[in-house]
Design a protein around this ligand. Structure first.
Ligand code: NOJ
Length: 536
């Protein structure tokens, strides 16, 4: 396995720093808190942590509105704390990936303050300023992801600026070489401090159409059906422009100068467009994040088909990856229910490609209900009642059933999940039937077995439409994974030569150790990983 870089063999764990561990007692997680929990991450068996942004920020979008790229917000600690975190993590064999937010800054960033100060300010062209159309209408029909027009009028200089997200997050002008230089300096700053790479925020948004053409209407959009108003248009001209690949390539070249670091891109696009971000010759992102397991319905046929499509679309040089959850989407245990979340754990840790886990999913955390009066996420405030708010999946990590859930001595910034007394690390750690134990066994197995970490993926067809089944194999050793995504029992019959072996991990842990001959019997919602006898 050694010839595979760490980010291919390994497992990435996303930490939302506000919610992981609070050492200071102010109710908000911080870097010293993360340092205190590094041992847990080593025990769990992950290889790298990715931290959502910890830079100085007015927190309009909780850190995705950066007002200084080369420092740490005091709420999270200091630069010295980050140095200590990187040093301690490295000593424990963990890599540290930082979130990098290049598409936009905060409107409080000194660059934007200068840029908006006058039309002839030298930084004017660092952002996207345009005159309105006749009668003062915005330059085009582009929409903000967080609701309304993406253009904000600036009364003092009488022009509009573009913001793909909040109006407090003006988009940078990535066609301007000075912007590129400044952002690449910031990347170098962190790489030199020992960061192992970046998860690049909204990579596919970086470049917009030079002619600002209107986006076409989306024929599939039905207003008022829980879809964000942003979906009313197809963002054909505001995102995924051909020139973005040149920027990605520049970022990759920069990162590669520092040895075995990683460039990860956040990209919500269909498979064909997504794989273009590997770059024509593999000189793009190492990991263009693949969100199919988040965006697809939990349906065996659709998932099997999309795995096939993805595997088929990957160029030879491209390494796959899978994501089950993040800070922008409902938690897996809430989306598909706690039983199926176990199958999801098996899937993400046995598919071919780097898995990214979201903090708390390993203990089965669910979305919390956030009453309107304590909503923190601006997306929910702008678009209330559509179910788009992201607070529910950002509640504090549940470490123990004790006071403050082992997360804080103070009042948490978001409430704990109502089930935290049962779903927490302390209670689940020694219970072999818990979600945490299932995750840990899967992680240990993947670490131990090259067939699972780096082996081939071979789909297995069955007669049951609710079952996802596949083999993973390397160097004469093979595993068969069979997951029943439905609630009815399924009995899978195989030619004896295909399937003889032993269940090594199962959603129902008592089945572990069971022998399997020519059939696998799965109760509703059950899933198993079978270690096949040599020669199968
Ligand atoms: C994607 C991030 O994951 C999300 O949390 C954020 O609101 C937007 N980008 C804007 O930065």
């Amino acid at each position: 396995m050694e010839k595979y870089p760490w980010w291919q063999r390994g497992i990435i764990y996303q930490i939302y720093p506000r919610s992981f561990m609070d050492r200071s007692g102010d109710g908000i997680g911080d870097l010293p808190g993360i340092i205190d929990r590094l041992d847990y991450l080593v025990w769990l068996g992950v290889d790298a942590i990715w931290l959502s942004p910890v830079y100085p920020s007015p927190m309009a979008d909780f850190g995705y509105d950066v007002s200084e790229y080369c420092d740490i917000d005091p709420v999270f600690g200091s630069l010295r704390d980050m140095d200590t975190l990187i040093e301690k993590a490295h000593a424990l064999g963990l890599r540290v990936i930082l979130d990098f937010v290049p598409n936009h800054t905060s409107d409080q960033h000194p660059w934007f303050i200068e840029s908006r100060s006058s039309r002839d300010n030298p930084k004017r062209n660092w952002y996207l300023w345009h005159d309105g159309k006749e009668h003062g209408a915005p330059p085009n029909n582009w929409l903000s992801v967080f609701g309304g027009s993406a253009w904000e009028w600036d009364e003092s200089t009488k022009q509009y600026y573009y913001h793909a997200f909040l109006k407090q997050q003006p988009d940078l002008n990535w066609r301007n070489p000075e912007v590129r230089r400044a952002m690449y300096d910031a990347m170098r700053f962190w790489l030199e401090r020992g960061a192992d790479g970046f998860r690049v925020d909204v990579m596919w948004h970086l470049i917009k159409d030079a002619h600002l053409r209107d986006n076409p209407p989306n024929p599939d959009y039905v207003p008022g059906h829980g879809q964000p108003p942003y979906n009313a248009l197809i963002p054909a001209y505001s995102t995924d422009q051909p020139e973005v690949h040149e920027v990605v390539r520049e970022m990759r070249t920069l990162v590669d100068r520092y040895g075995d670091r990683v460039l990860i891109g956040e990209i919500y696009l269909p498979i064909r467009q997504l794989v273009a971000y590997y770059g024509d010759d593999g000189r793009g992102a190492h990991i263009p994040l693949n969100f199919q397991l988040i965006t697809l319905p939990w349906n065996a046929r659709q998932i099997t088909a999309s795995i096939a499509e993805y595997e088929g679309a990957l160029p030879d040089y491209a390494w796959p990856n899978w994501v089950l959850g993040n800070h922008d989407n409902s938690r897996i245990a809430s989306r598909i229910g706690p039983l199926q979340a176990r199958n999801a754990a098996i899937m993400i840790l046995t598919l071919r490609g780097t898995p990214t886990l979201y903090y708390g999913d390993e203990i089965g955390m669910r979305d919390s209900v956030i009453p309107p009066e304590i909503v923190r996420d601006q997306q929910e405030k702008n678009l209330p009642g559509l179910g788009l708010g992201r607070d529910p999946e950002r509640t504090p990590m549940q470490w123990s059933p004790g006071p403050g859930a082992g997360f804080t001595r103070g009042t948490p910034w978001l409430p704990f999940g109502i089930d935290y007394k049962h779903l927490n690390v302390e209670v689940e750690r020694d219970d072999p039937g818990s979600m945490l134990s299932l995750y840990r066994r899967l992680i240990q197995l993947r670490r131990r077995e090259p067939a699972l970490a780096i082996g081939d993926y071979v789909p297995v067809l069955t007669d049951f439409e609710d079952v996802v089944a596949y083999r993973r194999e390397a160097r004469g050793k093979a595993f068969l994974v069979a997951l029943n995504l439905g609630h009815r029992p399924a009995q899978l019959l195989f030619a004896a030569s295909e399937c003889r072996g032993k269940i090594v991990v199962a959603t129902e842990y008592r089945r572990e150790g069971e022998r399997v001959d020519d059939r696998i019997v799965l109760a509703g919602d059950d899933g198993v990983v079978v270690e096949l006898d040599t020669g199968c």
